[in-house]
Write a protein that binds this ligand. Structure first.
Ligand code: SF4
Length: 284
């Protein structure tokens, strides 16, 4: 009998440069067709508590921490969003991953004031999800009216000198340059002058993917999310935001007791390795 145990390849966390906080796993005001989250039918109150975040921040090595990311589902629906944002800004710059439906002129002005409260140089960065420069096509995927609301949010943010990054899922597999060029034109039509850094193009992640990991990869040199970050959720610490609902991606119960090893054994990992990309980070 063959007793060989086949282990999934493993990636070590080199340094905790980015901390993701899943503010809610299930609450979102959209239901995008391509979203990687499996939404339940019922509304669930699954907002992470500020005490859990405080405890995590007191346990981690802050040195080397570049960004705290607030993710969801939709992080801005958290009832204590403003309080959590202020708490995080004491430690590092904060990236808000949002569909921006909750951002209007008044909110943008408020967020600018919040940023100005901090003299430590930490800033608020917005990563706004929008998937097509054409309204009709975007709304077919993301829901009717979402395009207009996102554009209005972007306009409000630039009015208060924020420089949002658009997070775009390449769901048609188009050339990245074409996508950026189309979005640049769209942005300049309302006075937002952008560069390549304003666009994060993300490959479509298929939760039912059944491909296999390539053997030719040097796993320790990959530039993927789990090599530089961990994700805090109400259920503990996970290797990355994509696996926050999958126990195979659980690193530990809290930041006093978590594993630095990620075993790449999910369909998301296979695709992540293939694209060799930090899906939720931006590169500035
Ligand atoms: S999905 Fe990607 S980032 Fe997440 S654990 Fe797997 S390989 Fe790492």
């Amino acid at each position: 009998m063959n007793k060989t145990i086949i282990k999934a390849p493993c990636v070590n966390l080199e340094k905790l440069e980015e901390l993701f906080i899943e503010m809610t796993a299930q609450n979102c005001n959209l239901r995008c067709k391509h979203c990687y989250i499996d939404f339940k039918d019922k509304k669930i109150k699954d907002f992470i508590s500020i005490d859990v975040i405080k405890q995590a921040l007191s346990s981690i090595h802050k040195q080397g921490l570049k960004y705290i990311h607030l993710t969801g589902a939709e992080p801005m629906l958290h009832p204590d969003f403003n309080q959590i944002l202020r708490l995080c800004l004491k430690f590092s710059s904060v990236v808000i991953h949002t569909n921006a439906l909750n951002i209007n002129d008044k909110k943008a002005r408020f967020l600018k004031k919040v940023q100005e409260e901090y003299e430590n140089g930490n800033e608020i960065v917005f990563m706004i999800s929008i998937d097509n420069h054409i309204e009709k096509e975007n709304d077919e995927l993301r829901g009717r009216g979402s395009y207009r609301k996102s554009i209005h949010a972007i306009q409000s943010l630039i009015k208060y000198d924020f420089n949002p990054i658009l997070s775009i899922v390449n769901y048609k597999g188009l050339p990245v340059k074409d996508i950026k060029d189309n979005f640049k034109l769209m942005c300049s039509s309302f006075g937002f002058e952008t560069s390549d850094l304003n666009f994060k193009i993300i490959p479509l992640m298929d939760k039912n993917h059944n491909g296999e990991l390539s053997c030719d990869v040097d796993f320790q040199t990959l530039n993927i999310q789990c090599s530089k970050s961990r994700t805090l959720t109400i259920n503990g610490v996970f290797n990355c935001p994509l696996l926050a609902a999958d126990n195979r991606g659980k690193s530990g119960s809290d930041f006093n007791d978590f594993s630095v090893k990620s075993y790449l054994e999910t369909p998301f990992c296979t695709q992540c390795v293939k694209h060799n990309i930090k899906l939720f980070s931006f590169d500035l």
